[in-house]
Design a protein around this ligand. Structure first.
Ligand SMILES: O=C(O)CCC(=O)C(=O)O
Length: 284
C-alpha cells in the first residue's frame, strides 16, 4: 500500500499521514460504539479511570475490528513486516475547549520493546483532528532518531498517563501538524518526538492510538505482556495472546481486560524505573 518513497520518508522523518481507513458507515459504527461505551461507563472515557482508555479491543468488538482493519494493517505491514501484534491501543480524547494536551515525548520511553525501533503507532481519527482541535504535532527525526531523556512529571491536564515530557533542552525544527479528517490515520515511529495542544475547537477531538510491534519483538523487562495478534503468526512467542472478545462488554472479556491492564501497568512502572536508571547512569 505504501510507495517506496513513503517508506523512505517514514524512515527519515519518523511519521507519515494522512491515510484514509474507515468508510462512512464504519466511522458511524465506531462513534455509536463509543457513545454506548461511555453510556455504560456513565462518563466520558477521558474522565473515567485510566484503565478504560487502554486496550479496549479486549472487550469491545468494534475496537477489535479497528485494530485489525486491513487498510491500517496493510500500511503497518509495509513498515514492520507481516507478523503483527497489537501491543496496546489508547483513547486520546479532548473535549471541546478543554485544556488536555501532550508535552513533547517519544513513545519508546516507557514501553521497553526490544529491539527499540520497531514499534509504530497508527493514530486513527474518529472526529476531525484539526490544528484548532489539538491534533498531534511531530518533529522530523531527520534520519537520526535517538532516545531522549524524559521524566514522568504527572503534568496536570496531560493526555498521557505519566504526564511524561522530554527534559533535555530541545528546539525542534522541521515540525508538522498532523491534521487528520475523521476516518483517517497517521503513522509515527516509536522515537518520533510529538506533542499536542489543547482543543480550542467546538467539537470533541477523538483519536485511538494503536501500537503495533512485529511478532519477533520482546520486552526487555521482567513482565510478560499480553498482545493481540492482528495479522500473520506469533513468531516470537514473547507475549500471551488475547482472544477476540466474546461480546461487547462481556463479563469474561472485562475480566481479561483487568489482567491485561494490570500487566500493562506493571511493565510501565518497570520501564519508568529502567529509563531513570539508563539516564542517570549516562549522567554519572
Ligand atoms: O493524541 C494526542 O494528542 C497524543 C497522542 C500520543 O501521544 C500518541 O499517540 O502517542
Amino acid at each position: 500500500m505504501l510507495s517506496q518513497q513513503q517508506i523512505e520518508r517514514y524512515r527519515h522523518e519518523g511519521y507519515l499521514f494522512p491515510f484514509p481507513a474507515l468508510s462512512a458507515s464504519e466511522l458511524a459504527e465506531c462513534n455509536q460504539g463509543l457513545a454506548r461505551f461511555e453510556g455504560w461507563l456513565g462518563k466520558p472515557v477521558n474522565q473515567g479511570d485510566f484503565r478504560w482508555r487502554s486496550a479496549s479491543y479486549v472487550f469491545l468488538p468494534w475496537v477489535d475490528a479497528v485494530v485489525r482493519h486491513p487498510r491500517i494493517l496493510d500500511a503497518v505491514e509495509d513498515l514492520i513486516g507481516p507478523d503483527l501484534l497489537v501491543y496496546t491501543a489508547t483513547w486520546f480524547i479532548k473535549e471541546p475547549h478543554s485544556p488536555a494536551f501532550a508535552a513533547w515525548h517519544q513513545d519508546a520511553t516507557y514501553f521497553g520493546i526490544a529491539p527499540n525501533d520497531q514499534h509504530v503507532t497508527a493514530w486513527v481519527a474518529l472526529t476531525d483532528a484539526t490544528a484548532e482541535a489539538g491534533c498531534m504535532e511531530v518533529a522530523s527525526s531527520q534520519g537520526r532518531p535517538k532516545q531522549m531523556r524524559h521524566a514522568a512529571l504527572r503534568l496536570a491536564n496531560s493526555i498521557n498517563g505519566a504526564g511524561q515530557a522530554i527534559v533535555e533542552p530541545i528546539e525542534p525544527s522541521d515540525t508538522a501538524m498532523m491534521e487528520l479528517p475523521a476516518g483517517s490515520f497517521s503513522l509515527h515511529h516509536t522515537l518520533c518526538r510529538h506533542r499536542s495542544a489543547p482543543n480550542r475547537a467546538d467539537h470533541r477531538r477523538v483519536g485511538l492510538g494503536i501500537s503495533y510491534v512485529p511478532a519477533h519483538c520482546r520486552l526487555d523487562g521482567p513482565v510478560r505482556m499480553y498482545a493481540r495478534l492482528a495479522r500473520g503468526r506469533n513468531t516470537g512467542n514473547h507475549f500471551d495472546l488475547i482472544p477476540p472478545p466474546e461480546g461487547e462488554l462481556d463479563a469474561a472479556a472485562l475480566k481479561r481486560h483487568e489482567q491485561v491492564y494490570a500487566r500493562y501497568r506493571d511493565n510501565y512502572e518497570e520501564q519508568v524505573k529502567a529509563h531513570e536508571r539508563q539516564f542517570s547512569a549516562v549522567a554519572d
